[in-house]
Design a protein around this ligand. Structure first.
Ligand SMILES: C[S@@+](CC[C@H](N)C(=O)[O-])C[C@H]1O[C@@H](n2cnc3c(N)ncnc32)[C@H](O)[C@@H]1O
Length: 291
């Protein structure tokens, strides 16, 4: 059965990607990890081939990235989220997991902050290919596992727990969010921290929105809690500390249509009344630290 949480089509499989990447001759000059992950080269045999590979790996949801002259202007300006979170965690020296890591944008930035080891979890073949594409040039030691949050308990039991886990933009895509929180908790080391973000509804009581068909055209958005409901879920998953870091509204500066997605974006998901196209409150996110 098709997994609604993953992109539908994949234009180039991993083997073809590897063949095309191996055929390139290059020497990386430098890389920088500010808002844009930027790669400069001393030698690059075929810049047009790099563009052609990147185009075949569309849609690029997270980024941006620049490889020589090629700017991959992803749908999301992922630095908005990452930069807002920066004051709230310490990456240096830590073993970190990014669950729902997409193409690894946050992992490249965490790596530059001195993480000891980084493991990304995302079942998507496309996003794993995008990661492999960028990492082919960077050659970091980041590990990408094509696994989901549901695989964390077994993975951590076998390979060890994480001192810091990022799980951003995944919880509302899970049809059993309390189980997902338990799975995250099971992979967390003693004194470890989970940085979580999820869509929320702006209410003071313990209610949860469960869209019958879709939320902002996402048919895989199942449960959108109020903050108090989310706090209850976290307690049920045996987290002992729940710290609201901040909330934010998603705007067109952070998420917008670019030539690198070839589909719809936030603009198409909102009605003129400021509600989603289905009449729900517009996207608002809460960023939480759980221990
Ligand atoms: C909305 S994106 C969030 C990406 C990124 N964490 C961020 O906040 O920008 C959701 C990601 O979860 C991934 N995903 C799908 N099923 C998953 C699962 N079972 N476990 C973990 N991640 C999953 C998708 O492939 C996608 O990359």
């Amino acid at each position: 059965m098709a997994n609604k949480n993953l992109p539908k089509k994949q234009n180039m499989n991993h083997d073809e990607l590897k063949l095309r990447l191996d055929a390139l001759d290059f020497e990386l000059k430098s890389a920088s990890f500010g808002d844009c992950v930027e790669l400069d080269f001393d030698r690059l045999s075929d810049e047009s081939e790099i563009k052609s590979i990147a185009k075949a790996l569309m849609p690029w949801r997270k980024g941006p990235f620049r490889l020589a002259e090629l700017f991959i202007d992803s749908e999301w300006r992922s630095f908005v989220k990452f930069n807002a979170l920066l004051p709230h965690f310490e990456a240096n020296g830590k073993r970190i997991a990014d669950v729902g890591c997409n193409n690894g944008y946050y992992m490249f930035r965490l790596n530059a902050l001195g993480a000891r080891q980084i493991v990304g979890f995302d079942p998507s073949e496309l996003f794993s290919s995008q990661f492999a594409f960028i990492n082919h040039f960077l050659k970091t030691s980041i590990i990408f596992e094509r696994l989901g949050v549901e695989d964390l308990p077994a993975y951590a039991a076998q390979n060890g727990a994480f001192e810091l886990i990022f799980c951003l933009g995944v919880l509302y895509h899970r049809s059993d969010p309390i189980s997902a929180l338990k799975q995250l908790k099971s992979a967390l080391a003693k004194n470890g921290e989970l940085i979580l973000d999820t869509l929320i509804i702006d209410r003071d009581d313990e209610l949860v929105l469960s869209p019958a068909k879709s939320y902002a055209k996402m048919s895989n958005a199942y449960f959108i809690p109020s903050l108090r409901a989310l706090e209850g879920w976290a307690a049920r998953a045996k987290f002992s500390s729940f710290e609201l870091l901040f909330t934010s509204d998603t705007d067109l500066n952070e998420q917008r249509k670019t030539e690198w997605i070839g589909g719809q974006s936030l603009n198409d998901f909102l009605g003129s009344d400021g509600l989603t196209i289905e009449g729900y409150p517009a996207p608002k996110r809460a960023y939480i630290k759980l221990k």
